[in-house]
Design a protein. Structure first.
Lengths: 119, 98, 137, 119, 98, 137
């Protein structure tokens, strides 16, 4: 078992980066690895609960819940999330809220890091 | 250094990859990066494919874009999400996302 | 009583940003706009795929099977189904080596009469000139 | 007086497109014009209320309220907004919720249209 | 056709503008598009500036990026948000955003 | 007890996406990471501006005055203030014709000892090679 930490910085809908990260996390878990997901920038919209799954749009809520049930730690950047008007009470349960140093601390104990940046 | 570079877009606005040197370089085409494996602009393959690197392309992302049965060059290995996990942990030490 | 012609210009690859898809869904919404307009007023959108935007019309997109979302191909077919004019730039298809056999040409399977129109860039410029407003995506 | 309709499709934070649209709308109003704003795609995050104005981040709430008070009509794309988990109860008051045809109808009666697309 | 084209980025991945013909063309540099007015890569001005068009650049967006006192070519007019409103309504009929 | 070296690579212009700024703020957060680490463990980030990323260090950015948000210049200065190594690629500055007089070189006004390091691209490659992990933005 090894540890992978991923940073996601893109919006839930649009670039397909969150879809990618969710599938990759799921595959890593299936292979017995440990996964940490850090959400920052526009990716923090992903933690809003009550996402309506319309077939024209990527969706995150059910996937995040599924990953957390499988032991994935997911944390959202507090400041980024508050800036977008999303409060803890609005968020999917089980998602951690912390400052950016959470990501650095997870990286410290990770074997591999995949920072999904880009535009 | 063993570096796995994820190319996630077709129009790359960065030239970092062109200038990086790495003992072992893997280029993994994902998302719109998969178009590099199939589109030939003016008959020419993508310049991205001319490096001294191992090439991979993600099947799910080919299929998403209508390229599931496209002809892929022999030097590009078509892979799954599970294969990416193995590549990251077993073949490379660091990753880059372009 | 007036008809307003709108040109929706899709210039970028699908699946990187939501915009190419939103161009199509916004154009498609012309079908129900009359409930918000005065009697006799109409809106007539034309969708133009140019540059990297032509890649959107590759057929057999399996986005629903892989990621559970409607493909851009399906949105193009929906546009044809509601009788929209959809133009694809011939020069750009040629540049990418994309032949007619590789792209969505119609939505006959959904019962649509309209077909994709492969046109020279000059026709797209004409469409832009004749439009009351242009929306670049 | 003339009418300008703008479509905004970018996230509140990141590209500066919403900052641009808000300033342009404000200037048009000052010059006596009428402005309509249509929010779609990632721009719908803009309607979430309780945005915390941290100085590192662009903010939208106070500007939207200000524009609406000056007579700007603002409408969010219903489907896009629900897909992101934002309900009417979560939204800034006064923002309209409608389908995409709202934008086309506003365009019909506009002198000028600025569709802010891009990436 | 009188077309006002907003250029909002430095790296443009679209060539639509290069191919469009318009009786009257205005190019308004905003957001990161303002770099076209000031940066000279390898000593050359941006190729965007070589068109038969009227050029404008938004002062607020120059200032934001540390370019408030940069030298701007005489054929590019430095304007305000209010000027953009006037241009849209008085000088041009249609707009494009790149 | 271990130190982990991280390379933060900023390759794109500021103000187009949030990422160049977030690269800086994430690197800066190393200052408080010890509360989440075992005693003696540390994280040492280095920030590298390459390609269009070097544009971020132009000085006199007035983002606060124009749009009410912290400028990227200010984030760079904050990075120096917490003693981060910040490297800027010399070849890219030269390519854009950006001279030292046009950029942020230090944050002396805030009391920082660290200065911006203008280095050849080869030094940035070395930093990447010596890092335990690399984060491309």
């Amino acid at each position: 078992m090894a540890v992978l930490s991923m940073g996601i910085f893109s919006s839930l809908i649009g670039s397909m980066s969150t879809d990618f990260a969710i599938k990759l996390a799921s595959s890593a878990i299936e292979k017995g690895h440990k996964v940490n997901l850090w959400l920052s920038g526009n990716a923090v919209g992903l933690v809003k609960k009550s996402q309506k799954h319309l077939k024209d749009y990527s969706t995150g809520e059910k996937h995040l819940i599924d990953l957390m049930q499988k032991g994935v730690e997911i944390c959202t950047c507090e400041a980024c999330t508050y800036a977008r008007g999303i409060q803890k009470a609005d968020a999917i349960e089980g998602v951690q809220w912390n400052a950016m140093h959470w990501y650095l601390a997870k990286i410290h104990s990770s074997d591999r890091v995949l920072q999904i940046g880009g535009e | 250094m063993k570096l796995a570079v994820f190319v996630s877009d077709y129009r790359l606005n960065v030239d970092t990859l062109d200038r990086l040197t790495s003992a072992k370089l893997g280029i993994i085409l994902v998302q719109n990066g998969v178009y590099h494996a199939t589109l030939k602009e003016n008959g020419k393959p993508s310049s991205l494919l001319g490096k001294n690197a191992d090439y991979y392309v993600l099947m799910d992302d080919l299929e998403t874009r209508g390229l599931g049965s496209a002809t892929i060059d022999d030097n590009i290995k078509v892979i799954s999400y599970g294969d990416i996990v193995d590549l990251i942990f077993n073949e490379y030490e660091k990753t880059a996302w372009l | 009583m007036a008809d307003k012609k709108l040109a929706f210009i899709v210039q970028r690859t699908p699946y990187k940003s939501e915009n190419p898809k939103l161009a199509l869904t916004h154009a498609i919404s012309y079908q129900t706009v009359e409930i918000l307009l005065e009697d006799g007023d109409t809106v007539t959108p034309t969708v133009c795929l140019v540059g990297d935007g032509v890649i959107a019309c590759l057929k057999d997109q399996k986005a629903m099977e892989t990621y559970g979302i409607t493909s851009t191909e399906m949105h193009l077919k929906s546009a044809l189904l509601v009788d929209l004019d959809v133009m694809v730039c011939k020069e750009d298809l040629d540049r990418f080596g994309i032949s007619e056999s590789m792209i969505v040409l119609d939505a006959e399977d959904m019962g649509a009469d309209k077909k994709i129109q492969i046109v020279p860039f000059a026709s797209i410029v004409e469409t832009i000139k004749n439009a009351n407003h242009v929306l670049f995506f």
